[in-house]
Unconditional design. Structure first.
Length: 166
């Protein structure tokens, strides 16, 4: 075999090997793509399953939380109603007590205090009249003192004039 024939033979074998590698590569690529696709599908299915499970769990938790909140709201509402009713009763009782106390105070004022004030006023009326009389006498006394002072002055003047005349 000549070199050229040998080269041709090697060239054919290299081409055959290249074609076989290409087919093998294509086969591997297809196989890998299928495996990747299967893995992706499995992963997608697992993710959807996990998502759905998580969604259901969240829905259950949300429903439980809502039920707990409604229960707490209703309990709180009832407690507020009870407290409100108790406060109303206490206010009503206190109002009645205050009205009774006010009535008692009004009766005391009408029956005792006003009578006592009237008695004291009547006593003071007599004192006021006596005071007026005393003040009148005192005023007359002051007027007389002023007249006496004027007269003393006039007498002193007259004495001086008499002495001058002598």
């Amino acid at each position: 075999m000549t070199d050229h024939e040998m080269l041709q033979e090697i060239y054919k074998q290299v081409n055959a090997l290249r074609d076989e590698m290409k087919r093998s590569n294509d086969s591997l690529r297809t196989e890998l793509e299928k495996k990747i696709e299967n893995s992706n599908n499995e992963l997608r299915a697992d993710m959807e399953k996990s998502y759905n499970e998580l969604r259901e769990e969240m829905k259950r938790s949300n429903d439980e939380l809502r039920a707990d909140m409604e229960k707490s709201y209703n309990e709180l509402r009832e407690e507020i109603k009870r407290s409100n009713n108790e406060l109303r009763e206490e206010i009503k009782t206190t109002k009645q007590d205050l009205q009774e106390q006010i009535s008692d105070i009004q009766l005391t004022l009408e029956n005792d205090v006003f009578k006592n004030i009237k008695i004291i006023a009547e006593g003071h009326l007599g004192l006021a009249n006596k005071l007026d009389d005393a003040v009148k006498i005192d005023n007359e006394k002051e007027i007389l003192m002023i007249r006496v002072n004027y007269m003393e002055k006039d007498i002193a003047k007259m004495k001086k004039q008499i002495e001058k005349m002598k």
